[in-house]
Design a protein around this ligand. Structure first.
Ligand code: C5P
Ligand code: C5P
Ligand code: ZN
Length: 482
């Protein structure tokens, strides 16, 4: 705890400021990101403010772009909180929102570490790794807890944020660092149970064969997206899919049955050419939310996070925040988006495999979503392709898609691997530098391992070439310095 004391002092400062705003009856303008981390962050702050009697408005956006900041200026409000965003846009916020009160609760690497007139809570400023140790929702959780100790019951939402941002990089896909403190809170509050289990999607809520079908991490050729083979596999493992006419779920299986299922899948996966290490990688850490009903999507952190991503990526971010606030109707409606989203993911991944879309340069892999993958889904697919070992881990992957509502602009999503980060890869820096060097109209930012941006469509090739050179340099420079 000692190592984190300065960070927590600053968290307290942010909470005190929010407390003052509520006390002064100020209306707070909150802006958050549309992914699972952003939406759970939005859910946590909304619950915390609501409980204190605060007045607020929440907006969910794709990215904190300059055009959006200009919109905020026009609204002429006085109090702003930015969640899971803002650290990369400090200069711009400073320029345009200087006469207002701003709190930034973010874990993206700050653009520069100059003093700001704002309350800027960011783990990187305290020597804490914001990529793997704490998510945006995690930071917001700590602020909520500093506002009122009772908000400890929101710990599970912070775990959803960490899982959504793929911070489960510890042993057996577990969360670590500051996230551990949140796990302790959840466990102490009796709302969280951490277990080692099969890493399948929908363990709580889906019939076993559908769980297998919808599992895309790892992507198991012949299983992911293929219902018939999933049923065959269950038969081969001698597992009854139903009990008393009711579909069984993975969470209903006995330990013995889980072992049988696991070994049957490993056998199948190896036959289909899946890497042995990945095939054996089917065991993970599951975070079970005891405050949710058994059998519900919301009982499992990975499913919960997928549901939120589905809402955000299907343009229903508001539903996502309502779910985090416990709204049952929103939950029912969102389930439809989840099914649609999982179907789309499986379809896109099969397309990725079958269409030979992957291209390669010296230091990057890249692919174009073309007319198939829309801008809001390209990040998800680029993430899954890298994390389910559909490509080798020797170069980062850049996904590109046309932006639906911005003519002639393309969306970039870049994803790396931990071993490349150790070699010096920083995708956020690389994307920014490319745009700066080419002096093109565009915006970019993000973490070392996951970053994004947008550029003019007609400059895609030039962009990739420059990016390739910059990434090659990042990796070779670090190696030279070792
Ligand atoms: O804006 P934010 O930090 O919440 O988003 C990070 C994004 O990067 C998430 O969509 C997450 O899934 C993705 N990511 C990834 N691989 C990592 C880390 C993050 O795909 N190793
Ligand atoms: O959009 P995508 O999922 O690819 O974004 C990956 C990461 O890069 C996220 O953390 C996102 O917030 C960040 N990003 C950013 N600035 C942009 C685009 C993406 O900071 N212009
Ligand atoms: Zn985040």
């Amino acid at each position: 705890m000692e190592e984190y004391s300065e960070f927590f002092n600053y968290i307290k400062k942010a909470a005190d400021e929010i407390h003052n705003w509520i006390h002064n009856d100020e209306i707070i303008r909150i802006t958050t990101h549309l992914d699972a981390d952003g939406l759970s962050a939005g859910g946590i702050i909304s619950q915390a403010l609501y409980r204190e009697g605060g007045k607020f408005h929440l907006r969910i956006i794709r990215q904190l772009e300059k055009s959006f900041i200009n919109e905020l200026v026009d609204e002429k409000r006085k109090n702003y909180i930015f969640l899971d965003m803002g650290s990369g846009q400090i200069d711009y916020l400073k320029e345009y929102l200087i006469d207002t009160k701003v709190i930034i609760l973010d874990h993206h690497k700050p653009m520069n570490e100059n003093k700001t007139p704002f309350i800027h809570v960011n783990p990187h400023l305290f020597g804490i790794n914001g990529v793997t140790e704490i998510s945006g929702a995690g930071i917001v959780y700590f602020v909520a807890k500093a506002l009122n100790e009772q908000n400890i019951d929101l710990a599970n939402l912070a775990i959803v944020g960490g899982i959504g941002d793929r911070q489960d990089k510890g042993k057996y896909y577990s969360l670590s660092g500051l996230n551990d403190l949140i796990i302790k809170d959840g466990s102490n509050a009796g709302i969280l149970k951490v277990e080692r289990d099969l890493r399948f999607f929908g363990k709580e809520s889906r019939p076993i064969h559908l769980s297998l079908k919808y599992t895309t991490e790892p992507f198991i050729p012949g299983i992911s997206g293929n219902e018939e083979n999933c049923i065959r596999l269950l038969m081969a493992a001698g597992i009854k899919p139903k009990e008393d006419k009711k579909w069984r779920t993975i969470s209903d299986l006995s330990q013995d049955e889980k072992v049988k299922l696991n070994s049957e899948i490993v056998k199948f996966a190896l036959k289909k050419g899946l890497d042995r290490k990945e095939a054996l990688n089917l065991i993970g850490t599951s975070y079970n939310f005891l405050d949710q009903e058994k059998g519900s999507v919301l009982r499992d952190a990975r499913e919960f996070s997928s549901l939120l991503n589905a809402c955000g990526r299907m343009s229903k971010g508001g539903l996502g925040v309502s779910i985090c606030m416990g709204d049952a109707d929103s939950f029912k409606e969102a389930l439809k988006s989840l099914t649609e989203y999982r179907k789309k993911i499986a379809e896109y991944l099969n397309w990725f495999q079958e269409q030979d879309v992957l291209k390669e340069k010296k230091a990057i892999y890249h692919f174009h979503g073309g007319n198939k993958i829309i801008d809001k889904m390209i990040g998800t697919i680029t993430s899954i392709v890298t994390s389910s070992n559909l490509i080798k881990s020797d170069k980062p992957l850049i996904g590109i898609a046309y932006i639906k509502d911005a003519e002639n602009m393309s969306k970039i999503s870049a994803r790396g691997f931990p071993e490349l980060i150790e070699k010096g890869l920083d995708l956020g820096e690389a994307l920014r530098e490319t745009i700066k060097n080419l002096e093109i109209e565009g915006e970019a930012g993000g973490h070392n391992i996951a970053a994004g941006g947008q550029i003019p469509t007609n400059l895609e090739e030039k962009f990739l070439e420059t990016l390739d050179t910059i990434i090659e340099k990042q990796i070779s420079n670090k190696n030279r310095n070792l």
